[in-house]
Design a protein around this ligand. Structure first.
Ligand SMILES: Cc1ncc(C[n+]2csc(CCOP(=O)(O)OP(=O)(O)O)c2C)c(N)n1
Ligand SMILES: [Mg+2]
Length: 395
Protein backbone atom coordinates (compact mmCIF):
# COMPACT_ATOMS: atom_id res chain seq x y z
CA UNK A 1 0.00 0.00 0.00
CA UNK A 2 1.49 3.41 -0.92
CA UNK A 3 2.21 5.64 2.06
CA UNK A 4 -0.61 8.05 1.33
CA UNK A 5 -3.18 5.31 1.51
CA UNK A 6 -2.09 4.42 5.02
CA UNK A 7 -4.57 5.87 7.49
CA UNK A 8 -3.05 8.84 9.24
CA UNK A 9 -5.56 10.71 11.32
CA UNK A 10 -8.82 8.82 11.27
CA UNK A 11 -11.46 11.54 11.42
CA UNK A 12 -15.14 11.41 10.72
CA UNK A 13 -15.50 11.34 6.97
CA UNK A 14 -12.04 9.94 6.43
CA UNK A 15 -11.74 6.84 8.57
CA UNK A 16 -9.58 4.59 6.45
CA UNK A 17 -9.48 1.93 9.15
CA UNK A 18 -13.00 0.71 8.42
CA UNK A 19 -14.00 -1.60 5.60
CA UNK A 20 -17.02 0.60 4.94
CA UNK A 21 -17.65 3.08 2.15
CA UNK A 22 -14.87 5.43 3.27
CA UNK A 23 -12.03 2.94 3.11
CA UNK A 24 -9.03 4.04 1.08
CA UNK A 25 -8.09 0.43 0.37
CA UNK A 26 -7.93 -0.41 -3.30
CA UNK A 27 -7.86 3.15 -4.60
CA UNK A 28 -5.91 3.53 -7.83
CA UNK A 29 -3.28 6.15 -7.19
CA UNK A 30 -0.50 7.49 -9.42
CA UNK A 31 0.37 10.54 -7.32
CA UNK A 32 0.33 10.22 -3.56
CA UNK A 33 -0.87 13.14 -1.47
CA UNK A 34 2.68 14.38 -1.08
CA UNK A 35 2.90 14.74 -4.86
CA UNK A 36 5.15 11.73 -5.40
CA UNK A 37 4.68 9.47 -8.41
CA UNK A 38 3.48 5.98 -7.40
CA UNK A 39 4.24 3.19 -9.87
CA UNK A 40 1.20 1.24 -11.03
CA UNK A 41 1.77 -1.58 -13.55
CA UNK A 42 -1.85 -1.50 -14.73
CA UNK A 43 -2.26 2.21 -15.28
CA UNK A 44 1.24 3.62 -15.92
CA UNK A 45 0.95 2.97 -19.65
CA UNK A 46 -2.22 5.07 -19.85
CA UNK A 47 -0.43 8.20 -18.68
CA UNK A 48 2.97 7.57 -20.30
CA UNK A 49 2.18 9.95 -23.18
CA UNK A 50 1.37 12.88 -20.87
CA UNK A 51 4.33 15.23 -21.16
CA UNK A 52 5.02 18.33 -19.05
CA UNK A 53 2.86 20.47 -21.33
CA UNK A 54 -0.10 18.13 -20.85
CA UNK A 55 0.36 18.10 -17.07
CA UNK A 56 0.64 21.89 -16.98
CA UNK A 57 -2.56 22.10 -19.04
CA UNK A 58 -4.32 20.05 -16.35
CA UNK A 59 -2.84 22.24 -13.62
CA UNK A 60 -3.97 25.37 -15.45
CA UNK A 61 -7.52 24.05 -15.82
CA UNK A 62 -7.71 23.14 -12.14
CA UNK A 63 -6.53 26.59 -11.10
CA UNK A 64 -8.94 28.38 -13.45
CA UNK A 65 -11.91 26.31 -12.28
CA UNK A 66 -11.05 27.05 -8.68
CA UNK A 67 -10.97 30.76 -9.48
CA UNK A 68 -14.34 30.36 -11.11
CA UNK A 69 -15.65 28.77 -7.88
CA UNK A 70 -14.33 31.63 -5.78
CA UNK A 71 -15.73 34.32 -8.05
CA UNK A 72 -19.12 32.67 -8.38
CA UNK A 73 -19.41 32.25 -4.61
CA UNK A 74 -18.61 35.93 -4.11
CA UNK A 75 -21.17 36.90 -6.75
CA UNK A 76 -23.83 34.86 -4.97
CA UNK A 77 -23.00 36.66 -1.72
CA UNK A 78 -23.39 39.97 -3.53
CA UNK A 79 -26.88 38.98 -4.70
CA UNK A 80 -25.88 38.45 -8.33
CA UNK A 81 -26.60 34.70 -8.32
CA UNK A 82 -29.56 32.93 -6.73
CA UNK A 83 -27.44 29.97 -5.68
CA UNK A 84 -24.08 28.40 -6.39
CA UNK A 85 -22.62 24.89 -5.93
CA UNK A 86 -18.84 24.78 -5.73
CA UNK A 87 -16.66 22.03 -7.21
CA UNK A 88 -14.01 22.92 -4.61
CA UNK A 89 -11.80 19.90 -3.86
CA UNK A 90 -13.12 17.87 -6.78
CA UNK A 91 -10.98 19.51 -9.47
CA UNK A 92 -8.68 16.52 -10.00
CA UNK A 93 -11.54 14.07 -10.50
CA UNK A 94 -13.22 16.44 -12.95
CA UNK A 95 -10.24 17.76 -14.90
CA UNK A 96 -8.52 14.36 -15.01
CA UNK A 97 -11.60 12.58 -16.35
CA UNK A 98 -12.49 15.51 -18.61
CA UNK A 99 -9.07 15.41 -20.26
CA UNK A 100 -9.63 11.74 -21.14
CA UNK A 101 -12.76 12.52 -23.19
CA UNK A 102 -12.78 12.57 -26.99
CA UNK A 103 -14.61 15.33 -28.89
CA UNK A 104 -17.40 12.95 -29.97
CA UNK A 105 -18.06 11.67 -26.44
CA UNK A 106 -21.15 12.93 -24.64
CA UNK A 107 -21.40 13.87 -20.97
CA UNK A 108 -24.43 14.02 -18.68
CA UNK A 109 -23.42 16.07 -15.61
CA UNK A 110 -25.12 16.84 -12.30
CA UNK A 111 -24.77 20.43 -11.09
CA UNK A 112 -21.20 20.87 -9.81
CA UNK A 113 -19.28 19.55 -12.81
CA UNK A 114 -17.74 22.94 -13.65
CA UNK A 115 -14.36 21.33 -14.23
CA UNK A 116 -15.74 18.92 -16.79
CA UNK A 117 -17.74 21.75 -18.40
CA UNK A 118 -14.52 23.69 -18.80
CA UNK A 119 -12.76 20.75 -20.48
CA UNK A 120 -15.71 20.50 -22.92
CA UNK A 121 -15.19 24.09 -24.01
CA UNK A 122 -18.24 25.46 -22.19
CA UNK A 123 -17.62 29.09 -21.27
CA UNK A 124 -17.74 29.12 -17.49
CA UNK A 125 -19.76 32.33 -17.51
CA UNK A 126 -22.50 30.40 -19.33
CA UNK A 127 -22.68 27.98 -16.39
CA UNK A 128 -23.72 30.96 -14.28
CA UNK A 129 -26.74 31.70 -16.45
CA UNK A 130 -28.42 28.76 -14.70
CA UNK A 131 -27.33 29.83 -11.22
CA UNK A 132 -28.58 33.38 -11.85
CA UNK A 133 -31.89 32.04 -13.10
CA UNK A 134 -31.50 33.68 -16.49
CA UNK A 135 -32.25 30.45 -18.33
CA UNK A 136 -32.48 26.70 -17.83
CA UNK A 137 -29.04 25.91 -19.18
CA UNK A 138 -26.67 28.29 -20.83
CA UNK A 139 -24.88 26.29 -23.51
CA UNK A 140 -25.55 24.12 -26.53
CA UNK A 141 -25.30 20.50 -25.31
CA UNK A 142 -24.75 19.13 -28.80
CA UNK A 143 -21.98 21.56 -29.70
CA UNK A 144 -20.06 20.71 -26.53
CA UNK A 145 -21.01 17.05 -26.06
CA UNK A 146 -22.02 18.21 -22.61
CA UNK A 147 -25.64 18.00 -21.58
CA UNK A 148 -27.36 20.61 -19.41
CA UNK A 149 -26.90 20.40 -15.65
CA UNK A 150 -29.39 18.10 -13.90
CA UNK A 151 -30.63 18.89 -10.40
CA UNK A 152 -32.95 15.92 -10.04
CA UNK A 153 -30.51 13.61 -8.32
CA UNK A 154 -29.49 10.57 -10.35
CA UNK A 155 -32.16 10.98 -13.04
CA UNK A 156 -29.61 11.76 -15.75
CA UNK A 157 -27.93 8.36 -15.33
CA UNK A 158 -31.00 7.04 -17.15
CA UNK A 159 -30.68 9.73 -19.82
CA UNK A 160 -27.02 8.86 -20.24
CA UNK A 161 -27.76 5.15 -20.54
CA UNK A 162 -30.54 5.76 -23.05
CA UNK A 163 -28.28 8.08 -25.04
CA UNK A 164 -25.54 5.43 -24.99
CA UNK A 165 -27.98 2.82 -26.28
CA UNK A 166 -28.79 5.25 -29.09
CA UNK A 167 -25.09 5.64 -29.88
CA UNK A 168 -24.86 1.85 -30.01
CA UNK A 169 -27.81 1.62 -32.40
CA UNK A 170 -26.28 4.33 -34.61
CA UNK A 171 -23.31 1.98 -35.03
CA UNK A 172 -20.87 4.40 -33.38
CA UNK A 173 -19.32 1.74 -31.15
CA UNK A 174 -16.63 -0.80 -31.91
CA UNK A 175 -15.86 0.34 -35.46
CA UNK A 176 -12.19 0.79 -34.65
CA UNK A 177 -12.31 4.37 -35.96
CA UNK A 178 -11.00 6.55 -33.12
CA UNK A 179 -12.79 9.59 -34.51
CA UNK A 180 -16.13 7.77 -34.60
CA UNK A 181 -16.39 5.37 -31.67
CA UNK A 182 -18.26 7.17 -28.91
CA UNK A 183 -18.64 6.86 -25.17
CA UNK A 184 -21.15 8.52 -22.84
CA UNK A 185 -20.35 9.56 -19.28
CA UNK A 186 -22.75 10.22 -16.42
CA UNK A 187 -21.35 12.21 -13.49
CA UNK A 188 -23.18 11.85 -10.19
CA UNK A 189 -22.55 11.84 -6.47
CA UNK A 190 -22.40 9.36 -3.61
CA UNK A 191 -25.89 10.31 -2.49
CA UNK A 192 -27.25 9.68 -5.98
CA UNK A 193 -26.28 6.03 -5.73
CA UNK A 194 -29.20 5.56 -3.31
CA UNK A 195 -31.68 6.70 -5.95
CA UNK A 196 -33.73 4.04 -7.73
CA UNK A 197 -32.99 5.74 -11.05
CA UNK A 198 -29.31 4.90 -10.70
CA UNK A 199 -30.04 1.23 -10.09
CA UNK A 200 -32.32 1.17 -13.12
CA UNK A 201 -29.63 2.82 -15.23
CA UNK A 202 -27.08 0.23 -14.12
CA UNK A 203 -29.47 -2.59 -15.05
CA UNK A 204 -30.18 -1.20 -18.52
CA UNK A 205 -26.53 -0.37 -19.15
CA UNK A 206 -25.38 -3.83 -18.12
CA UNK A 207 -27.84 -5.93 -20.05
CA UNK A 208 -27.51 -3.78 -23.17
CA UNK A 209 -23.72 -3.47 -22.87
CA UNK A 210 -24.24 0.23 -23.40
CA UNK A 211 -21.15 2.40 -24.01
CA UNK A 212 -21.60 4.39 -20.81
CA UNK A 213 -19.24 5.24 -17.96
CA UNK A 214 -20.78 5.87 -14.54
CA UNK A 215 -18.48 8.39 -12.91
CA UNK A 216 -19.42 8.64 -9.24
CA UNK A 217 -17.70 11.42 -7.33
CA UNK A 218 -17.84 10.19 -3.77
CA UNK A 219 -17.23 13.51 -2.05
CA UNK A 220 -18.31 11.87 1.22
CA UNK A 221 -21.37 14.04 1.72
CA UNK A 222 -24.88 14.34 0.29
CA UNK A 223 -25.68 17.74 1.77
CA UNK A 224 -25.54 16.82 5.50
CA UNK A 225 -25.73 13.04 5.03
CA UNK A 226 -22.40 11.20 5.15
CA UNK A 227 -21.66 8.38 2.72
CA UNK A 228 -21.92 6.00 5.69
CA UNK A 229 -25.67 6.71 5.52
CA UNK A 230 -25.76 5.63 1.86
CA UNK A 231 -23.91 2.33 1.99
CA UNK A 232 -22.30 -0.32 4.18
CA UNK A 233 -19.70 -1.09 1.51
CA UNK A 234 -17.58 0.94 -0.92
CA UNK A 235 -19.95 2.35 -3.54
CA UNK A 236 -17.96 0.73 -6.35
CA UNK A 237 -18.64 -2.70 -4.83
CA UNK A 238 -22.25 -2.44 -5.94
CA UNK A 239 -21.51 -2.39 -9.66
CA UNK A 240 -20.29 -6.01 -10.05
CA UNK A 241 -23.66 -7.12 -8.71
CA UNK A 242 -25.16 -5.58 -11.84
CA UNK A 243 -22.50 -7.20 -14.00
CA UNK A 244 -20.57 -3.97 -14.43
CA UNK A 245 -16.81 -3.78 -13.82
CA UNK A 246 -15.83 -1.17 -11.25
CA UNK A 247 -12.74 0.71 -10.21
CA UNK A 248 -12.06 2.89 -7.18
CA UNK A 249 -9.70 5.77 -7.77
CA UNK A 250 -8.14 8.46 -5.62
CA UNK A 251 -10.24 11.33 -6.94
CA UNK A 252 -7.76 13.90 -5.64
CA UNK A 253 -5.16 12.47 -7.99
CA UNK A 254 -5.57 14.02 -11.42
CA UNK A 255 -3.31 11.47 -13.13
CA UNK A 256 -5.12 8.45 -11.71
CA UNK A 257 -8.51 10.01 -12.49
CA UNK A 258 -7.34 10.49 -16.07
CA UNK A 259 -6.02 6.91 -16.34
CA UNK A 260 -9.06 5.06 -15.02
CA UNK A 261 -11.40 7.19 -17.14
CA UNK A 262 -9.29 6.55 -20.22
CA UNK A 263 -9.52 2.82 -19.59
CA UNK A 264 -13.30 2.94 -19.07
CA UNK A 265 -13.87 5.13 -22.14
CA UNK A 266 -11.82 2.80 -24.31
CA UNK A 267 -13.84 -0.16 -23.06
CA UNK A 268 -17.10 1.65 -23.85
CA UNK A 269 -16.02 2.89 -27.28
CA UNK A 270 -14.72 -0.51 -28.35
CA UNK A 271 -18.00 -2.26 -27.47
CA UNK A 272 -16.91 -3.60 -24.09
CA UNK A 273 -19.88 -2.08 -22.27
CA UNK A 274 -20.23 0.03 -19.15
CA UNK A 275 -17.83 0.74 -16.29
CA UNK A 276 -18.48 2.17 -12.84
CA UNK A 277 -15.80 4.53 -11.54
CA UNK A 278 -15.86 5.66 -7.93
CA UNK A 279 -13.64 8.70 -7.54
CA UNK A 280 -13.00 9.03 -3.82
CA UNK A 281 -12.67 12.72 -3.07
CA UNK A 282 -13.94 15.38 -0.69
CA UNK A 283 -16.30 18.30 -1.00
CA UNK A 284 -14.10 20.98 0.55
CA UNK A 285 -16.79 23.63 0.46
CA UNK A 286 -20.42 23.82 1.44
CA UNK A 287 -23.01 21.79 -0.46
CA UNK A 288 -24.25 25.05 -1.96
CA UNK A 289 -24.25 28.67 -0.88
CA UNK A 290 -27.45 27.85 1.07
CA UNK A 291 -25.61 25.35 3.25
CA UNK A 292 -23.54 25.67 6.42
CA UNK A 293 -21.37 22.54 6.80
CA UNK A 294 -20.19 23.58 10.27
CA UNK A 295 -23.59 22.34 11.45
CA UNK A 296 -22.77 18.75 10.63
CA UNK A 297 -19.00 18.19 10.23
CA UNK A 298 -15.89 19.07 12.14
CA UNK A 299 -13.14 21.54 11.34
CA UNK A 300 -10.66 18.68 11.97
CA UNK A 301 -12.18 16.73 9.12
CA UNK A 302 -12.05 19.74 6.82
CA UNK A 303 -8.43 20.36 7.78
CA UNK A 304 -7.56 16.71 7.11
CA UNK A 305 -8.79 17.09 3.56
CA UNK A 306 -7.43 20.57 3.06
CA UNK A 307 -4.00 18.94 3.44
CA UNK A 308 -4.99 16.63 0.57
CA UNK A 309 -5.85 19.46 -1.79
CA UNK A 310 -5.73 18.07 -5.35
CA UNK A 311 -4.19 21.23 -6.82
CA UNK A 312 -1.36 21.30 -4.28
CA UNK A 313 -0.61 17.67 -5.12
CA UNK A 314 -0.09 18.29 -8.83
CA UNK A 315 1.79 21.48 -8.11
CA UNK A 316 4.23 19.67 -5.83
CA UNK A 317 4.75 16.96 -8.42
CA UNK A 318 5.41 19.45 -11.22
CA UNK A 319 7.71 21.51 -9.03
CA UNK A 320 9.63 18.34 -8.17
CA UNK A 321 10.10 17.73 -11.88
CA UNK A 322 11.26 21.32 -12.32
CA UNK A 323 8.38 21.84 -14.72
CA UNK A 324 6.55 24.74 -13.13
CA UNK A 325 8.57 27.81 -14.04
CA UNK A 326 7.74 31.17 -12.51
CA UNK A 327 6.90 32.54 -15.94
CA UNK A 328 4.14 29.92 -16.30
CA UNK A 329 2.76 30.62 -12.82
CA UNK A 330 2.80 34.39 -13.38
CA UNK A 331 0.97 33.99 -16.66
CA UNK A 332 -1.57 31.70 -15.01
CA UNK A 333 -2.15 34.22 -12.22
CA UNK A 334 -2.82 36.89 -14.81
CA UNK A 335 -5.12 34.56 -16.72
CA UNK A 336 -7.07 33.71 -13.55
CA UNK A 337 -7.40 37.42 -12.72
CA UNK A 338 -8.68 38.13 -16.22
CA UNK A 339 -11.17 35.26 -15.91
CA UNK A 340 -12.38 36.64 -12.58
CA UNK A 341 -12.89 40.07 -14.10
CA UNK A 342 -14.71 38.62 -17.10
CA UNK A 343 -16.98 36.53 -14.86
CA UNK A 344 -17.93 39.55 -12.74
CA UNK A 345 -18.59 41.79 -15.73
CA UNK A 346 -20.49 39.17 -17.71
CA UNK A 347 -22.74 38.10 -14.84
CA UNK A 348 -23.63 41.67 -13.89
CA UNK A 349 -24.55 42.36 -17.52
CA UNK A 350 -26.89 39.36 -17.73
CA UNK A 351 -29.77 41.46 -16.50
CA UNK A 352 -32.98 40.14 -15.09
CA UNK A 353 -35.29 37.95 -17.15
CA UNK A 354 -39.05 38.31 -17.00
CA UNK A 355 -40.57 35.68 -14.70
CA UNK A 356 -42.66 34.37 -17.60
CA UNK A 357 -39.52 33.44 -19.54
CA UNK A 358 -39.11 30.42 -17.25
CA UNK A 359 -41.72 28.68 -19.41
CA UNK A 360 -39.67 29.08 -22.58
CA UNK A 361 -37.34 26.35 -23.87
CA UNK A 362 -38.46 23.78 -21.28
CA UNK A 363 -39.17 21.40 -24.15
CA UNK A 364 -38.11 21.64 -27.78
CA UNK A 365 -41.77 21.51 -28.87
CA UNK A 366 -44.94 22.92 -27.26
CA UNK A 367 -46.04 21.00 -24.19
CA UNK A 368 -49.59 21.08 -22.80
CA UNK A 369 -48.54 20.97 -19.12
CA UNK A 370 -46.08 23.83 -19.53
CA UNK A 371 -48.70 25.84 -21.46
CA UNK A 372 -51.26 25.26 -18.71
CA UNK A 373 -48.74 26.40 -16.08
CA UNK A 374 -47.85 29.45 -18.15
CA UNK A 375 -51.52 30.42 -18.46
CA UNK A 376 -52.07 29.98 -14.72
CA UNK A 377 -48.95 32.00 -13.93
CA UNK A 378 -49.91 34.87 -16.25
CA UNK A 379 -53.33 35.04 -14.59
CA UNK A 380 -51.71 35.00 -11.17
CA UNK A 381 -49.31 37.81 -12.08
CA UNK A 382 -52.13 39.81 -13.63
CA UNK A 383 -54.15 39.46 -10.46
CA UNK A 384 -51.43 41.38 -8.59
CA UNK A 385 -51.55 44.15 -11.18
CA UNK A 386 -55.35 44.27 -10.77
CA UNK A 387 -54.90 44.57 -7.05
CA UNK A 388 -52.57 47.55 -7.54
CA UNK A 389 -55.32 49.25 -9.51
CA UNK A 390 -57.91 48.34 -6.92
CA UNK A 391 -59.64 45.92 -9.30
CA UNK A 392 -58.52 42.52 -7.96
CA UNK A 393 -58.85 40.52 -4.83
CA UNK A 394 -55.14 39.89 -4.08
CA UNK A 395 -53.33 41.96 -1.51
C1 LIG B 1 -34.54 13.31 -6.62
C2 LIG B 1 -33.99 14.33 -5.69
N1 LIG B 1 -34.07 14.16 -4.36
C3 LIG B 1 -33.56 15.07 -3.51
C4 LIG B 1 -32.97 16.21 -4.01
C5 LIG B 1 -32.38 17.24 -3.04
N2 LIG B 1 -30.92 17.18 -3.12
C6 LIG B 1 -30.22 18.08 -3.82
S1 LIG B 1 -28.57 17.79 -3.77
C7 LIG B 1 -28.78 16.44 -2.79
C8 LIG B 1 -27.60 15.65 -2.31
C9 LIG B 1 -26.87 14.97 -3.42
O1 LIG B 1 -25.69 14.39 -2.92
P1 LIG B 1 -24.66 13.68 -3.87
O2 LIG B 1 -25.37 12.79 -4.82
O3 LIG B 1 -23.64 13.06 -3.00
O4 LIG B 1 -24.03 14.86 -4.73
P2 LIG B 1 -23.14 16.11 -4.24
O5 LIG B 1 -24.08 17.25 -3.98
O6 LIG B 1 -22.39 15.69 -3.03
O7 LIG B 1 -22.25 16.42 -5.39
C10 LIG B 1 -30.13 16.25 -2.50
C11 LIG B 1 -30.64 15.16 -1.64
C12 LIG B 1 -32.92 16.38 -5.40
N3 LIG B 1 -32.34 17.47 -5.96
N4 LIG B 1 -33.41 15.43 -6.23
MG1 LIG C 1 -21.81 13.79 -2.42
Amino acid sequence: MPESQTPTTPTPGSDASTAGPLTTDGLVQLLDHEGRRVANPTYDALVAHLDADALRAMYRDMVLVRRFDTEATALQRQGELALFAQALGQEAAQIGSGHALAPQDHVFPSYREHGVAHTRGVDLTDVLRLFRGVDHGGWDPVAHGFHLYTLVIGSHTLHATGYAMGVQRDGDVGTGDPARDTAVVAYFGDGATSQGDVSEALVFAAVNEAPVVFFCQNNQWAISEPTTNQSKVPLADRAPGFGIPAVRVDGNDVLASYAVTQEALQRARSGGGPTFIEAFTYRMGAHTTSDDPSRYRSSEEEEHWRRRDPIDRLRTYLEGLGQLPTSFLDQLDAEADALGERIRTTVRAMGRPSAASMFEHVYATPHSVVEAERTWFEGYEASFLDAQHGEGSHR
